[in-house]
Design a protein around this ligand. Structure first.
Ligand code: KG4
Ligand code: ZN
Length: 339
């Protein structure tokens, strides 16, 4: 009979304090404490994030254990995010995970946050099978935008990345210019549904190979808004939906071009998406069209696993524990942890 493994996953890389309990590859609880404090600053303030993690981590872990109906003494291992992320934020989660693992005498497992965004597709799902290897992984988050050749669970090679801003950052900075609250990606997504995507044209940046760039596009957007506000102070209010639809369309076009190119170059049919921007309606629509019209095999995460969460940390922990890839108590966090 298969041994039952209970994993506690802990995620604290940015501004979400999250804890989850998994029974093998099945999620029993997935709890997140969002930090509203950053909204008034229009972006994450690292020092405030660390302090909020300190305040949230014990209640969130207690909640995850209680919803899963598991006593901590039954845990098999603790998986935590080692990086990449904000140093102070990572330190809170890692210190907590290490102390708890030490006190319970159970293994500690280090998880790469970006790998976890892709491996969330291995969480058991009654409606969909997990992707088969090799596949093209695409991480679309607030800190990263990467194309990844995924050979197996833990053999991943970055084949393309943004040279400047991430796609999430571009959504957020364009949203900030329009006076939308942080993070603006979900708000742009919502407003774009009522707008005309062809109302405003923005240049699609040309970058060789599989790298991409978003900062020029963001600047083109800010310049367009500035120019029009000079003529009409109500420009944003009068054109909000169209601005959102037009910039969203271009942001998505940039990544779609590179996904198409990478897929062809590496002859991969499975495309696996991860990260907060994977919740975006436009990108989901276009990828689903590709699946229908061009027989691409698309894997989009369920919404609860798009933005930062601890279930994705737990599933990586489960697969690492099966392979006995255990972490060390003296291993420090790494804000720039590579694939
Ligand atoms: O992966 P994530 O939760 O955190 C990081 O690891 O960075 O991604 C957060 C990013 C933010 O930039 C947020 O604006 C964006 O994901 N986002 C969206 C949507 N939902 C979240 N962007 C566009 N459309 C959405 N529906
Ligand atoms: Zn993330």
């Amino acid at each position: 009979m298969k041994k039952i493994i209970y994993i506690l996953g802990i995620e604290s890389s940015c501004d979400d304090t999250a804890a989850a309990v998994l029974k093998n590859d099945e999620v029993l609880s997935n709890c997140i404490a969002n930090q509203k404090i950053h909204q008034s600053y229009g972006g994450v303030v690292p020092e405030l994030a660390s302090r909020a993690h300190q305040a949230n981590i014990i209640p969130v872990v207690q909640q995850a254990l209680s919803i899963a109906n598991i006593d901590k003494k039954h845990l098999s291992a603790i998986a935590y995010t080692r990086g990449p992320g904000l140093l102070g934020s990572l330190l809170v989660g890692s210190a907590f995970a290490k102390s708890l693992a030490l006190s319970l005498g159970i293994p500690l497992i280090e998880v790469n946050h970006m790998q976890a965004h892709l491996l969330c597709h291995f969480i058991r799902n009654e409606n969909k099978k997990a992707p088969s290897f090799p596949f093209l992984g695409v991480t679309l988050s607030g800190g990263h935008t990467q194309l990844v050749y995924v050979k197996s669970h833990f053999e991943m090679e970055e084949i393309g990345k943004t040279r400047d801003d991430s796609i999430g950052e571009a959504f957020d900075k364009c949203g900030k210019k329009m006076g939308l609250k942080y993070p603006s990606g979900p708000e742009i997504d919502r407003l774009a549904k009522k707008g005309n995507p062809d109302a405003f044209a923005f240049p699609v940046p040309k970058v060789d190979g599989l790298d991409l760039s978003y900062s020029g596009l963001k600047t083109a957007f800010i310049n367009l808004v500035n120019k029009n506000i000079n003529k009409n102070p109500n420009f944003i209010d009068e054109n909000l939906d169209d601005l959102c639809a037009s910039i969203q369309k271009t942001l998505v076009t940039v990544i779609m071009e590179k996904i198409t190119k990478a897929k062809k170059k590496f002859n991969l049919n499975n495309v696996v998406i991860g990260g907060g921007v994977a919740a975006n309606y436009e990108i989901r629509k276009i990828l689903n069209q590709k699946a229908e019209e061009n027989q691409w095999k698309i894997f989009l995460p369920p919404f609860q696993y798009t933005s930062d969460n601890a279930a994705m940390i737990g599933i990586v922990g489960y697969h690492k524990l099966l392979k006995q890839q255990l972490g060390k108590l003296n291993q420090s966090v790494n804000a720039k942890l590579p694939f």
